[in-house]
Design a protein around this ligand. Structure first.
Ligand SMILES: CC(C)(COP(=O)(O)OP(=O)(O)OC[C@H]1O[C@@H](n2cnc3c(N)ncnc32)[C@H](O)[C@@H]1OP(=O)(O)O)[C@@H](O)C(=O)NCCC(=O)NCCS
Length: 338
């Protein structure tokens, strides 16, 4: 049975079952990735930024025990933001190649079309069945990044200490667990507007206004994702010269996600990128003793950042792609397929 589903009001058994399916998918497609926990999963799936909406459906098996809901064997959700619907589809490995994935995309695409949106986007992990799946549905590849993973047990901590201290004169590097302090929000946003060297994927919205940044931090906290920030402050002007953001999600707290790293154009060439990232890792080591790895996504053209990441010990893991499709054409194709 396929039905629309609201994680905010779903039973805990359904949430747990969805996490089990996600972990079966990870074990099959990304066996090196840590499995997910149910912690804050309801909030992770249910909370959105102001102005955004997420619509979800599940595929549920017939219950084997009349007192418990049937297992969640598939899931699709679409996040409606700006002028695009961002899709995520999961089909349990035991249920694949029966047309379920296509059916779920059709359901979500029709809704995106009805809601008046023009395009859909999706993150597709390289070297998994999702590549052939989305290509078979007529999606085209818009953008490719490389995901790299740093195993903290391989880090040379004294060398990292030197990197953290190796910032040019006139800059102060500071650590802020939870997010930038109020008095630095405006300067932080000005630095964020420097999008040329943004490290993160396109599908995550960046925050170029103070209100939007506050909303985005609130949303992260509500979803059980703990942000950590390291800033390089330019002492003479008080401007934020560089920033790096790492998030530790309650759903997979042993592997943190690197979000944006930005060094403002005028402040490049002073070792800020290396120093702020090294400082972040040193701080995380004591703030998050359970942390084992950090993962990051980079444009393949961003050679300067890739070089610093390699020095820190990051190892390229796999391609991470963004695919897109025109919604009207997608719906037409899927309807024609039946
Ligand atoms: C991608 C995914 C949704 C496909 O689900 P599915 O139910 O198996 O897909 P369908 O049966 O609807 O397949 C539709 C078409 O896609 C293509 N396709 C799907 N899987 C394929 C594979 N492994 N190899 C080649 N083509 C494939 C085929 O053309 C297929 O049509 P066909 O079976 O008639 O040949 C599923 O593999 C999945 O959940 N992957 C994980 C996705 C994800 O987000 N992961 C994130 C963490 S890794």
């Amino acid at each position: 049975m396929v039905r629309e589903w609201d994680p905010r009001t779903a039973s805990s058994a359904e949430i747990t079952s969805l996490v089990e399916t996600l972990n079966a998918v990870l074990a099959t497609d990304l066996p090196q990735d840590p499995s997910w926990r149910a912690d804050s999963m309801r909030e992770y799936l249910g909370e959105v930024m102001p102005g955004e909406r997420r619509i979800s459906w599940i595929v549920q098996a017939e219950p084997t025990d009349p007192t418990a809901p049937g297992a969640v064997l598939g899931h699709v959700h679409v996040l409606l933001l700006g002028d695009i619907g961002v899709l995520e589809v999961l089909v349990h490995p035991s249920q694949r190649r029966t047309g379920l994935g296509r059916r779920l995309v059709r359901l979500a695409a029709r809704r995106v079309y009805q809601e008046g949106f023009q395009s859909v986007g999706v993150e597709v992990v390289g070297d998994t069945p999702a590549v052939a799946f989305y290509e078979s549905l007529g999606f085209t590849r818009d953008y490719v990044e490389t995901r790299s993973v740093l195993d903290l047990s391989t880090v040379d901590w004294p060398a990292l200490g030197e990197m953290a201290a190796g910032v040019g004169a006139g800059y102060q590097v500071q650590f802020y667990p939870g997010g930038p302090p109020n008095e630095l929000i405006e300067a932080y946003v000005r630095a964020k507007a420097e999008i040329r060297d943004v490290e993160d994927g396109e599908l995550r919205p960046s925050s170029y206004e103070p209100e939007r940044l506050r909303d985005s931090l609130d949303c992260l906290h509500r979803r059980g994702m703990k942000p950590y920030i390291v800033l390089a402050l330019h002492e003479r002007t008080g401007e934020v010269a560089g920033l790096t953001e790492v998030v530790v999600p309650a759903q997979h707290p042993t592997r943190a996600d690197q979000y944006d790293t930005i060094v403002v154009q005028d402040h490049r060439g002073y070792g800020i990128d290396r120093a702020i990232k090294a400082r972040m890792l040193l701080e995380l080591r004591s703030a998050e003793p359970g942390l084992i790895e950090v993962q990051t996504w980079n444009a393949q053209s961003n050679e300067a950042m890739l070089k610093v990441n390699a020095e820190l010990g990051y190892r390229p893991d796999r391609e991470w792609c963004e695919y897109g499709a025109d919604v009207a054409e997608l719906v037409h194709r899927l309807d024609a397929h039946g």
